[in-house]
Write a protein that binds this ligand. Structure first.
Ligand code: NAD
Ligand code: UDP
Length: 317
C-alpha cells in the first residue's frame, strides 16, 4: 500500500512510519514540525519507499493516490497543546477534515488517532469505549479534548454520510524512545530529572493514576486495529494502573538515581484516574500489551540518557 501518516515526525507517528516501512509499504509522512523532529525520521533518511512532505495539514493538500491514512498530527502533551491551543483546535477539526476529504477522494481507509482524554476526568472506571466521558468544554484542556472529540465525530460522519472506511483508536498514555525531552509529560520529566539528579516534580499529592503503555505495544495494537473491520472507537493502552508516585519510584529504580521527590500544584482539570478497559481490543484484535512498566522504562533509559546528554552539550555551546 501507499500510506499517508500525518504527524509522522512525532513520537508515535515516527514509530508508525518505521513499522509500516518494515511491513513493506510505501509511506508519505506529512508534518509541519510543530512538535515533531526530523531526527525521529533519521532511520528512514535513505529509504526509497519513504517520502517526507513539510506540510501543515490544515491547508488542503494532495499527496497523490493513497490507500490508507493514519491521521496522527496534533500536539499531544499538555505542555504542547496548552502552548499551541489554537493550532490544536485547528488540526483536530480542519486538519482531520482535510484528511477525511483525501480518504474520500482516493477511496483510502482512514484511522484517526484519538485519545483517552475523550473521557476527560472520568466518573466511570476503568474506561470502556461505551462511556461518553466527563469533559470540561471550556477548561484549559478543552483545546485538546474537544478537538479530539470533534475529530471522532467528523470521522464517524464521513463514515456514515460518505461511506469512508474509518477506524478510531483511543490511545492511552504511551511512552518510550523519541518522547521529546521537553514535552512536560510525566515520563519525560521524571527521566530527565532523575538522570540530572534533580528532584522529581510530582503534581498534587501524586495519588492520581495513569496506565502507561510502552510504544512497541501501542504500535502493534494500532496496526492490528488498522486491519480490523470495525468503525467504533477502540481503546489501545496498558491496563496496569499506577499512581504518579509509583511511577516516580519506578523511574528512580530503573535509573539508579538518588533524586528526591518535590510536590508541585496539580494542573487544573488533571484527571484523577485513568485506566483502559481493553476487553474490546482483546476480543476483536487478540491484542494485549506485553511490556510491563519497569521493563519499558529500562528499554527507554538509553534514549533518555543520550537526549539529556545532547541537551547539556547544546546548553554549553
Ligand atoms: P507528537 O507531538 O510527538 O507528534 C505529533 C506530530 O504532529 C508532530 O510531529 C507535529 O509536528 C505534528 N503536527 C502537529 N500539528 C500539525 C499540522 N497542523 N500539520 C502537520 N503536522 C502537525 O505527539 P505524539 O505523542 O506522537 O502523538 C501523536 C498522536 O497520537 C496525536 O494525535 C495524539 O493526540 C495521539 N495520542 C498520543 C498519546 C501519547 O501518549 N503519546 C496519547 C493519546 C493520543
Ligand atoms: N505529572 C507530574 N509531574 C510531571 C508531569 C506530569 O506529576 O512532571 C502528572 C500529571 O499531573 C498527570 C500525570 O502525571 O496527573 C500524567 O501527565 P502527562 O502530562 O504525562 O499526561 P496526561 O495524562 O495528563 O495527559
Amino acid at each position: 500500500m501507499r500510506v499517508l501518516v500525518t504527524g509522522g515526525a512525532g513520537f508515535l507517528g515516527s514509530h508508525l512510519c518505521d513499522a509500516l516501512i518494515a511491513d513493506g509499504h510505501s509511506v508519505v509522512c506529512a508534518d509541519n514540525l510543530l512538535t515533531g523532529r526530523m531526527d525521529n525520521l533519521a532511520p528512514l533518511a535513505n529509504e526509497p519507499r519513504f517520502e517526507f512532505l513539510h506540510q501543515d495539514i490544515c491547508v488542503p493538500f494532495d499527496p497523490g493516490k493513497i490507500d490508507y491514512i493514519f491521521d496522527f498530527a496534533s500536539p499531544a502533551s499538555p505542555v504542547d497543546y496548552l502552548r499551541h491551543g489554537i493550532e490544536t483546535l485547528q488540526v483536530g477539526s480542519v486538519g482531520t477534515m482535510n484528511c477525511l476529504d483525501l480518504a474520500r477522494k482516493y477511496h483510502a481507509k482512514f484511522l484517526m488517532a484519538s485519545t483517552s482524554e475523550c473521557y476527560g476526568d472520568p466518573l466511570e472506571h476503568p474506561q470502556r469505549e461505551s462511556y461518553w466521558g466527563h469533559v470540561n468544554p471550556v477548561g484549559p484542556r478543552s483545546v485538546y479534548d474537544e478537538a479530539k472529540r470533534f475529530a471522532e465525530a467528523a470521522t464517524m460522519a464521513y463514515h456514515r454520510y460518505h461511506h469512508v472506511d474509518t477506524r478510531i483508536v483511543r490511545i492511552f498514555n504511551t511512552y518510550g524512545p523519541r518522547l521529546q525531552i521537553n514535552d512536560g509529560r510525566v515520563i519525560s520529566n521524571f527521566m530527565k530529572q532523575a538522570l540530572r539528579g534533580e528532584p522529581l516534580t510530582v503534581y498534587g499529592d501524586g495519588l492520581q493514576t495513569r496506565s502507561l503503555c510502552y510504544v512497541s505495544d501501542e504500535i502493534t495494537g494500532i496496526l492490528a486495529l488498522s486491519r480490523a473491520n470495525d468503525h467504533w472507537p477502540t481503546n489501545i493502552g496498558n491496563p496496569a494502573e499506577f499512581t504518579i508516585l509509583e511511577c516516580a519510584q519506578a523511574v528512580l529504580k530503573v535509573s539508579g538515581s538518588t533524586s528526591t521527590v518535590k510536590f508541585e500544584p496539580l494542573p487544573q482539570d488533571d484527571p484523577k484516574q485513568r485506566c483502559p478497559d481493553i476487553t474490546k481490543a482483546r476480543t476483536l484484535l487478540g491484542w494485549e500489551p506485553k511490556i510491563e512498566l519497569l521493563a519499558g522504562l529500562r528499554l527507554s533509559l538509553e534514549y533518555f540518557r543520550s537526549a539529556v546528554e545532547s541537551q547539556a552539550v547544546r546548553a554549553q555551546k
